[in-house]
Design a protein around this ligand. Structure first.
Ligand SMILES: *[C@@H]1O[C@H](CO)[C@@H](O)[C@H](O)[C@H]1NC(C)=O
Length: 357
Protein backbone atom coordinates (compact mmCIF):
# COMPACT_ATOMS: atom_id res chain seq x y z
CA UNK A 1 0.00 0.00 0.00
CA UNK A 2 1.47 3.42 -0.88
CA UNK A 3 2.93 5.07 2.18
CA UNK A 4 0.94 8.30 1.79
CA UNK A 5 -2.21 6.27 2.23
CA UNK A 6 -0.87 4.69 5.43
CA UNK A 7 0.15 8.12 6.57
CA UNK A 8 -3.40 9.35 6.30
CA UNK A 9 -4.79 6.32 8.11
CA UNK A 10 -2.26 6.74 10.84
CA UNK A 11 -3.26 10.29 11.65
CA UNK A 12 -6.82 9.76 12.72
CA UNK A 13 -8.94 7.48 14.85
CA UNK A 14 -11.01 6.35 11.87
CA UNK A 15 -13.95 4.30 13.09
CA UNK A 16 -13.40 0.63 12.30
CA UNK A 17 -16.39 -0.95 10.56
CA UNK A 18 -15.47 -4.49 11.51
CA UNK A 19 -14.25 -6.33 14.56
CA UNK A 20 -10.45 -6.82 14.55
CA UNK A 21 -11.05 -10.59 14.42
CA UNK A 22 -12.29 -9.99 10.89
CA UNK A 23 -9.13 -8.14 9.94
CA UNK A 24 -7.85 -11.00 7.76
CA UNK A 25 -10.94 -10.83 5.54
CA UNK A 26 -10.83 -7.09 5.66
CA UNK A 27 -7.26 -6.89 4.36
CA UNK A 28 -8.00 -9.56 1.73
CA UNK A 29 -10.84 -7.48 0.41
CA UNK A 30 -8.74 -4.37 0.61
CA UNK A 31 -6.07 -5.78 -1.69
CA UNK A 32 -8.77 -6.21 -4.37
CA UNK A 33 -10.07 -2.77 -3.64
CA UNK A 34 -6.52 -1.50 -4.12
CA UNK A 35 -6.74 -2.33 -7.86
CA UNK A 36 -9.81 -0.20 -8.15
CA UNK A 37 -8.15 2.37 -6.02
CA UNK A 38 -5.34 2.66 -8.56
CA UNK A 39 -7.88 3.64 -11.22
CA UNK A 40 -9.40 6.39 -9.14
CA UNK A 41 -6.04 7.42 -7.67
CA UNK A 42 -6.14 10.99 -8.86
CA UNK A 43 -9.69 11.42 -7.56
CA UNK A 44 -8.55 9.86 -4.30
CA UNK A 45 -5.75 12.36 -3.90
CA UNK A 46 -8.12 15.23 -4.38
CA UNK A 47 -10.53 13.75 -1.82
CA UNK A 48 -7.76 13.15 0.70
CA UNK A 49 -6.47 16.68 0.30
CA UNK A 50 -10.00 17.92 0.79
CA UNK A 51 -10.24 15.82 3.94
CA UNK A 52 -7.11 17.40 5.36
CA UNK A 53 -8.23 20.88 4.43
CA UNK A 54 -11.89 20.71 5.41
CA UNK A 55 -11.64 18.06 8.12
CA UNK A 56 -14.55 18.82 10.39
CA UNK A 57 -15.64 15.45 11.80
CA UNK A 58 -13.58 14.36 14.75
CA UNK A 59 -13.24 10.76 15.81
CA UNK A 60 -11.89 9.63 19.13
CA UNK A 61 -10.53 6.27 20.28
CA UNK A 62 -14.00 5.08 21.24
CA UNK A 63 -15.21 5.49 17.66
CA UNK A 64 -12.22 3.39 16.65
CA UNK A 65 -12.61 0.83 19.42
CA UNK A 66 -10.30 -2.10 18.94
CA UNK A 67 -10.49 -4.97 21.35
CA UNK A 68 -6.86 -4.87 22.39
CA UNK A 69 -6.97 -4.52 26.17
CA UNK A 70 -8.14 -7.40 28.33
CA UNK A 71 -7.21 -5.76 31.63
CA UNK A 72 -10.00 -5.76 34.24
CA UNK A 73 -11.26 -2.28 35.07
CA UNK A 74 -10.82 -2.56 38.82
CA UNK A 75 -8.40 -4.12 41.21
CA UNK A 76 -8.85 -4.89 44.90
CA UNK A 77 -5.77 -3.40 46.57
CA UNK A 78 -3.57 -5.87 48.42
CA UNK A 79 -3.47 -5.47 52.20
CA UNK A 80 0.32 -5.04 52.15
CA UNK A 81 0.30 -1.41 51.08
CA UNK A 82 3.34 0.80 50.99
CA UNK A 83 4.63 -0.54 47.70
CA UNK A 84 4.02 2.73 45.92
CA UNK A 85 6.02 4.79 43.47
CA UNK A 86 5.94 8.15 41.81
CA UNK A 87 7.52 7.74 38.39
CA UNK A 88 8.70 10.30 35.88
CA UNK A 89 11.18 10.17 32.99
CA UNK A 90 14.50 11.73 32.01
CA UNK A 91 15.37 11.48 28.33
CA UNK A 92 17.55 14.58 28.01
CA UNK A 93 19.74 16.65 30.33
CA UNK A 94 17.58 19.71 29.63
CA UNK A 95 14.91 18.32 31.97
CA UNK A 96 17.22 17.44 34.89
CA UNK A 97 16.45 20.56 36.94
CA UNK A 98 12.73 20.28 36.22
CA UNK A 99 12.71 16.65 37.35
CA UNK A 100 14.69 17.56 40.49
CA UNK A 101 12.12 20.26 41.33
CA UNK A 102 9.29 17.81 40.61
CA UNK A 103 10.85 15.27 42.99
CA UNK A 104 11.29 17.88 45.66
CA UNK A 105 7.73 19.13 45.26
CA UNK A 106 6.49 15.53 45.64
CA UNK A 107 8.40 15.02 48.87
CA UNK A 108 7.41 18.46 50.17
CA UNK A 109 3.74 17.47 49.70
CA UNK A 110 4.41 14.38 51.87
CA UNK A 111 3.51 11.99 49.08
CA UNK A 112 4.41 8.62 50.54
CA UNK A 113 6.08 6.75 47.72
CA UNK A 114 9.47 5.89 46.25
CA UNK A 115 10.62 8.25 43.50
CA UNK A 116 11.65 6.15 40.52
CA UNK A 117 13.15 7.81 37.47
CA UNK A 118 13.56 5.84 34.23
CA UNK A 119 16.32 7.24 32.02
CA UNK A 120 17.96 6.32 28.73
CA UNK A 121 21.51 5.05 28.48
CA UNK A 122 23.98 7.32 26.71
CA UNK A 123 21.61 10.31 26.87
CA UNK A 124 21.93 11.46 30.44
CA UNK A 125 25.15 12.90 31.86
CA UNK A 126 26.51 11.97 35.31
CA UNK A 127 25.88 15.62 36.25
CA UNK A 128 22.18 15.29 35.46
CA UNK A 129 21.93 12.02 37.40
CA UNK A 130 23.68 13.65 40.35
CA UNK A 131 21.19 16.56 40.32
CA UNK A 132 18.10 14.34 40.30
CA UNK A 133 19.52 12.06 43.01
CA UNK A 134 19.87 15.12 45.28
CA UNK A 135 16.10 15.38 45.60
CA UNK A 136 15.46 11.69 46.21
CA UNK A 137 15.00 10.16 42.77
CA UNK A 138 16.24 6.61 42.15
CA UNK A 139 17.42 6.68 38.52
CA UNK A 140 16.52 3.48 36.72
CA UNK A 141 18.09 2.57 33.37
CA UNK A 142 15.43 1.48 30.84
CA UNK A 143 15.59 0.29 27.24
CA UNK A 144 14.58 2.67 24.46
CA UNK A 145 11.26 1.64 22.92
CA UNK A 146 11.26 2.74 19.28
CA UNK A 147 8.08 4.20 17.78
CA UNK A 148 6.12 1.56 15.80
CA UNK A 149 6.08 1.56 11.98
CA UNK A 150 9.66 2.91 11.91
CA UNK A 151 8.55 6.16 13.47
CA UNK A 152 6.28 7.00 10.53
CA UNK A 153 4.24 10.21 11.00
CA UNK A 154 5.40 10.72 14.58
CA UNK A 155 5.85 14.26 15.86
CA UNK A 156 9.65 14.67 16.11
CA UNK A 157 9.55 15.73 19.76
CA UNK A 158 7.60 12.59 20.71
CA UNK A 159 10.14 10.06 19.37
CA UNK A 160 11.26 9.04 22.85
CA UNK A 161 7.77 8.87 24.27
CA UNK A 162 7.09 5.16 23.73
CA UNK A 163 9.89 4.52 26.22
CA UNK A 164 7.33 5.67 28.79
CA UNK A 165 5.60 2.28 28.45
CA UNK A 166 8.46 0.78 30.51
CA UNK A 167 6.70 2.14 33.60
CA UNK A 168 4.37 -0.89 33.43
CA UNK A 169 7.34 -3.13 34.32
CA UNK A 170 7.75 -1.60 37.78
CA UNK A 171 6.03 -4.67 39.27
CA UNK A 172 9.48 -6.28 38.86
CA UNK A 173 10.78 -3.74 41.39
CA UNK A 174 8.01 -4.65 43.82
CA UNK A 175 5.74 -1.70 43.02
CA UNK A 176 1.99 -2.40 43.29
CA UNK A 177 0.59 1.02 42.53
CA UNK A 178 2.14 4.06 40.89
CA UNK A 179 1.56 7.58 39.68
CA UNK A 180 3.40 8.71 36.57
CA UNK A 181 4.15 12.46 36.26
CA UNK A 182 5.61 14.16 33.17
CA UNK A 183 8.83 16.09 33.73
CA UNK A 184 6.97 19.37 33.08
CA UNK A 185 4.57 18.91 35.98
CA UNK A 186 4.82 20.20 39.54
CA UNK A 187 3.19 18.77 42.65
CA UNK A 188 1.17 21.36 44.58
CA UNK A 189 -0.62 19.11 47.09
CA UNK A 190 -0.59 15.55 48.36
CA UNK A 191 -2.30 13.01 46.09
CA UNK A 192 -1.88 9.80 48.12
CA UNK A 193 -5.54 8.96 47.45
CA UNK A 194 -4.53 8.00 43.89
CA UNK A 195 -2.53 5.03 45.20
CA UNK A 196 -5.68 3.61 46.78
CA UNK A 197 -7.77 3.88 43.63
CA UNK A 198 -9.56 0.62 42.88
CA UNK A 199 -9.14 1.32 39.16
CA UNK A 200 -6.29 -0.20 37.20
CA UNK A 201 -5.81 2.88 35.10
CA UNK A 202 -6.80 6.50 35.59
CA UNK A 203 -5.96 9.73 33.79
CA UNK A 204 -7.26 13.26 33.28
CA UNK A 205 -9.13 14.37 30.14
CA UNK A 206 -7.03 16.46 27.79
CA UNK A 207 -7.55 20.15 27.14
CA UNK A 208 -6.37 22.05 24.09
CA UNK A 209 -5.52 25.73 24.34
CA UNK A 210 -7.14 28.81 22.86
CA UNK A 211 -7.61 28.55 19.11
CA UNK A 212 -7.69 24.74 18.98
CA UNK A 213 -11.26 23.65 18.20
CA UNK A 214 -10.85 20.43 20.22
CA UNK A 215 -11.01 22.36 23.52
CA UNK A 216 -12.04 20.16 26.44
CA UNK A 217 -11.52 16.71 25.01
CA UNK A 218 -12.81 13.21 25.67
CA UNK A 219 -9.32 11.76 25.24
CA UNK A 220 -7.03 11.80 28.24
CA UNK A 221 -3.68 13.51 28.59
CA UNK A 222 -0.83 11.07 29.29
CA UNK A 223 1.11 13.53 31.46
CA UNK A 224 -0.35 12.17 34.70
CA UNK A 225 -1.31 8.50 35.01
CA UNK A 226 -2.42 6.56 38.08
CA UNK A 227 -1.93 2.89 37.27
CA UNK A 228 -0.97 -0.57 38.44
CA UNK A 229 2.32 -1.78 37.02
CA UNK A 230 2.10 -5.16 35.31
CA UNK A 231 4.74 -6.72 33.10
CA UNK A 232 2.01 -8.81 31.48
CA UNK A 233 0.24 -5.61 30.39
CA UNK A 234 3.58 -4.22 29.18
CA UNK A 235 4.24 -7.27 26.97
CA UNK A 236 0.68 -7.11 25.68
CA UNK A 237 1.09 -3.43 24.77
CA UNK A 238 4.35 -3.97 22.91
CA UNK A 239 2.79 -6.76 20.91
CA UNK A 240 -0.27 -4.70 19.97
CA UNK A 241 1.64 -1.54 19.19
CA UNK A 242 2.43 -2.88 15.72
CA UNK A 243 -1.14 -3.66 14.70
CA UNK A 244 -3.23 -1.05 16.51
CA UNK A 245 -4.62 1.77 14.38
CA UNK A 246 -4.40 5.22 15.95
CA UNK A 247 -2.94 8.69 15.20
CA UNK A 248 0.79 7.94 15.18
CA UNK A 249 1.67 11.61 15.37
CA UNK A 250 0.56 11.79 19.02
CA UNK A 251 2.72 8.78 19.91
CA UNK A 252 2.19 6.93 23.20
CA UNK A 253 -0.62 9.24 24.32
CA UNK A 254 -2.78 8.25 21.35
CA UNK A 255 -1.87 4.58 21.82
CA UNK A 256 -2.79 4.65 25.52
CA UNK A 257 -6.08 6.35 24.67
CA UNK A 258 -6.85 3.51 22.33
CA UNK A 259 -5.54 0.79 24.65
CA UNK A 260 -7.47 1.89 27.72
CA UNK A 261 -10.31 3.57 25.82
CA UNK A 262 -13.57 3.15 27.69
CA UNK A 263 -11.91 1.48 30.69
CA UNK A 264 -9.84 4.48 31.78
CA UNK A 265 -11.09 6.09 34.95
CA UNK A 266 -11.37 9.83 34.23
CA UNK A 267 -9.86 11.91 37.04
CA UNK A 268 -10.70 15.53 37.93
CA UNK A 269 -8.61 18.31 36.38
CA UNK A 270 -6.91 19.00 39.74
CA UNK A 271 -4.69 15.95 39.09
CA UNK A 272 -3.38 17.29 35.79
CA UNK A 273 -4.08 21.01 35.76
CA UNK A 274 -3.00 21.77 32.23
CA UNK A 275 -2.26 25.46 31.59
CA UNK A 276 -4.53 25.21 28.56
CA UNK A 277 -7.50 25.17 30.98
CA UNK A 278 -6.61 28.68 32.06
CA UNK A 279 -6.44 29.81 28.44
CA UNK A 280 -9.87 28.42 27.68
CA UNK A 281 -11.65 29.21 30.91
CA UNK A 282 -9.92 31.42 33.50
CA UNK A 283 -12.90 31.06 35.84
CA UNK A 284 -12.68 27.26 35.83
CA UNK A 285 -8.95 27.55 36.49
CA UNK A 286 -9.62 29.83 39.45
CA UNK A 287 -12.00 27.23 40.86
CA UNK A 288 -9.36 24.48 40.51
CA UNK A 289 -6.45 26.37 42.11
CA UNK A 290 -7.35 25.76 45.80
CA UNK A 291 -7.61 21.99 45.22
CA UNK A 292 -4.87 21.61 42.63
CA UNK A 293 -2.61 18.56 43.18
CA UNK A 294 -0.53 18.59 40.03
CA UNK A 295 -0.01 21.47 37.62
CA UNK A 296 1.13 20.70 34.07
CA UNK A 297 3.24 23.35 32.32
CA UNK A 298 2.15 22.58 28.79
CA UNK A 299 2.11 25.91 26.99
CA UNK A 300 4.78 27.71 29.02
CA UNK A 301 7.72 25.87 30.58
CA UNK A 302 9.31 28.00 33.30
CA UNK A 303 12.54 26.00 33.35
CA UNK A 304 13.62 25.30 29.83
CA UNK A 305 14.34 26.76 26.45
CA UNK A 306 16.97 24.42 25.08
CA UNK A 307 16.44 20.69 25.08
CA UNK A 308 19.87 19.45 26.07
CA UNK A 309 21.64 21.90 28.34
CA UNK A 310 21.58 21.96 32.12
CA UNK A 311 21.14 25.64 32.86
CA UNK A 312 23.20 27.37 35.52
CA UNK A 313 21.21 29.01 38.35
CA UNK A 314 21.80 32.40 36.69
CA UNK A 315 20.57 31.22 33.28
CA UNK A 316 17.58 29.64 34.95
CA UNK A 317 16.64 32.94 36.59
CA UNK A 318 16.52 34.55 33.14
CA UNK A 319 14.47 31.70 31.69
CA UNK A 320 11.96 31.97 34.54
CA UNK A 321 11.72 35.74 34.04
CA UNK A 322 11.04 35.27 30.35
CA UNK A 323 8.51 32.51 31.12
CA UNK A 324 6.64 34.88 33.42
CA UNK A 325 6.37 37.42 30.57
CA UNK A 326 5.25 34.94 27.90
CA UNK A 327 1.67 35.05 26.57
CA UNK A 328 1.52 38.65 27.75
CA UNK A 329 2.24 37.60 31.35
CA UNK A 330 -0.91 35.45 31.45
CA UNK A 331 0.88 32.65 33.35
CA UNK A 332 2.93 34.89 35.65
CA UNK A 333 1.39 33.44 38.81
CA UNK A 334 1.83 29.81 37.70
CA UNK A 335 5.44 30.40 36.65
CA UNK A 336 5.83 31.98 40.10
CA UNK A 337 4.71 28.72 41.74
CA UNK A 338 7.43 26.85 39.89
CA UNK A 339 9.96 29.50 40.92
CA UNK A 340 8.94 29.12 44.58
CA UNK A 341 9.34 25.34 44.34
CA UNK A 342 12.74 25.77 42.71
CA UNK A 343 13.89 28.23 45.38
CA UNK A 344 12.65 25.95 48.17
CA UNK A 345 14.58 23.09 46.61
CA UNK A 346 17.74 25.20 46.40
CA UNK A 347 17.38 26.24 50.05
CA UNK A 348 17.16 22.61 51.13
CA UNK A 349 19.39 20.84 48.60
CA UNK A 350 21.36 23.69 46.97
CA UNK A 351 24.71 22.57 48.37
CA UNK A 352 24.33 19.03 47.04
CA UNK A 353 23.05 20.28 43.69
CA UNK A 354 25.86 22.81 43.25
CA UNK A 355 28.40 20.05 43.92
CA UNK A 356 27.02 18.25 40.84
CA UNK A 357 28.01 21.07 38.45
C1 LIG B 1 4.36 17.10 55.84
O1 LIG B 1 4.61 16.43 57.05
C2 LIG B 1 5.30 17.23 58.01
C3 LIG B 1 5.66 16.35 59.18
O2 LIG B 1 4.57 15.57 59.59
C4 LIG B 1 4.42 18.41 58.39
O3 LIG B 1 5.12 19.25 59.31
C5 LIG B 1 4.11 19.23 57.14
O4 LIG B 1 3.22 20.27 57.43
C6 LIG B 1 3.50 18.33 56.08
N1 LIG B 1 3.40 19.10 54.85
C7 LIG B 1 2.30 19.12 54.11
C8 LIG B 1 2.36 19.94 52.87
O5 LIG B 1 1.30 18.48 54.38
Amino acid sequence: MPSWFNLNRAWTYEPLRQHPADQATRWGKQSKIKLGLGIVLSVGIVLLLARFTFHSESYNPLDNYQNINALPVTHVPSSEGGRRAVVSALYSDGFAIAVAVLGHSTTAANVSARLILPYLEGRISPKALCIVRSTGWEPQLVPFIPPPHDGQSIHARFRDQYTKLNIWTLDKMGIDTAVYLDADTLVRRNFDELFDSPFNFAAVPDVYGAGDPRGFSLTFNAGVLAYRPSSAVFDDMLQKLQTASYPLKQAEQAFLNLYFGGTAMRLPYIYNANLAIKQRSPILWERLVPEMRVIHYTTVKPFQEHMDAILSPEELEEVMDRGARREGGFFREEVGWWREAYERMMREHGDAIRRCY
